[in-house]
Ligand binder design. Structure first.
Ligand code: SF4
Length: 333
């Protein structure tokens, strides 16, 4: 969609395969709103997956299809947004290379996520690579290629957009104004706890997948961690210390239900299972139609959407690259 006040919005996600509740509330619901308000391009960031997992790339293709099918089932509409695959638009690599020429290494070394991820590298991955250091440059290329005016990000990603702006400024002052400086579109993206109370993540094995069997979703959420103070049914608890409440109840329950839960939890008038059933009912009601739509989609549907999206993205990207090459003196003489 485009209009007088609409922006060009670009956002991507690594191909993680089937999506879970954390992905739904963390990014995709926001994308659903954006596709009605702006000119949106959403892409599968498959090259980004290699910046941390270069040694384990076997499932990238399969996970790309799974993720796009989930996007479609949730409601991303190829008629209202462009859905494409990063590696199918090789201009991302060309612009990454050119921007890399003008990006000082200290800008990348001071990136807080670079340092944090190296320190907290729990999975023992090799993060000493050029690709990992340089991934914010690839992110800059991802958004500048489409002259994005806005990039939806959580707070932790804000430094990357600042870096993209700095790179755009340096390019524009050196070679001429080509790139608008992308603005951050801060989004409400609640962190969803997994069944063990930590952040929901495929790698923690604590995720509830959108298209799982309803009985399995019920089983997982029924066992989800709650306030540890409620060891016995008669022990009162505090909803603010309960991962189920602070993430899922708050999103899914009505104000009346939240009041009932709060009162019942603090006085031990209700048990955790009874309490969670109220929330689970809403989760299942939301996921039912998604699961139904997903069951009707095939891998070929995802491939067709990507093919059309890749074509559209390539057209825009190639237009930008012609300007870039000319501005840098790389065009035909
Ligand atoms: S009663 Fe509800 S809010 Fe309280 S600890 Fe149990 S699940 Fe959490």
């Amino acid at each position: 969609m485009s209009g007088a006040t609409s922006k060009v919005v670009v956002s991507g996600a690594r191909p993680t395969g089937q999506l879970h509740l954390g992905n739904l509330h963390g990014a995709i619901k926001n994308w659903l709103k954006l596709q009605d308000e702006h000119e949106c391009l959403f892409f599968v960031a498959d090259w980004h997956a290699l910046t941390t997992d270069w040694a384990d790339s076997r499932d990238i293709g399969k996970n790309t299809i799974e993720m796009v099918l989930d996007w479609l089932a949730i409601g991303l509409d190829p008629a209202r947004c462009t859905i494409f695959q990063q590696s199918a638009v090789t201009a991302h690599a060309e612009l990454f290379l050119l921007l890399g020429m003008l990006t000082p290494v200290p800008w990348l070394e001071r990136n807080p996520t670079y340092k944090e991820q190296q320190q907290q590298n729990l999975e023992g991955r090799d993060l000493s690579t050029f690709g990992f250091l340089g991934y914010p440059v690839l992110q800059a290329a991802d958004v500048l290629l489409y002259k994005a005016s806005a990039v939806p990000v959580g707070i932790d990603q804000a430094p990357h957009i600042e870096l993209a702006r700095e790179i755009a400024r340096r390019f524009n002052t050196t070679y001429g104004e080509i790139f608008p400086e992308p603005q951050t579109l801060h989004t409400e993206s609640p962190k969803i706890a997994g069944t063990d109370g930590r952040k929901m993540s495929k790698s923690y094995g604590n995720a509830v997948y959108l298209t799982e069997d309803p009985a399995e979703i019920d089983r997982k959420l029924s066992r989800m961690m709650t306030d540890p103070a409620r060891a016995r049914r008669t022990d009162p608890g505090d909803p603010n210390l309960c991962p189920a409440f602070t993430s899922l109840h708050r999103i899914y329950c009505t104000p009346e239900e939240l009041a009932w839960v709060t009162q019942g939890c603090k006085t031990a008038a209700i048990g955790c299972l009874e309490c969670k059933k109220t929330m689970i009912k809403h989760v299942l009601a939301e996921l039912g139609p998604i699961r139904e739509r997903r069951a009707k989609l095939t891998a070929d549907d995802a491939r067709a959407v990507l093919e059309a999206g890749n074509r559209r993205a390539r057209e825009i990207a190639e237009g930008t690259m012609r300007e870039v090459r000319t501005a840098m003196g790389l065009g035909p003489t």
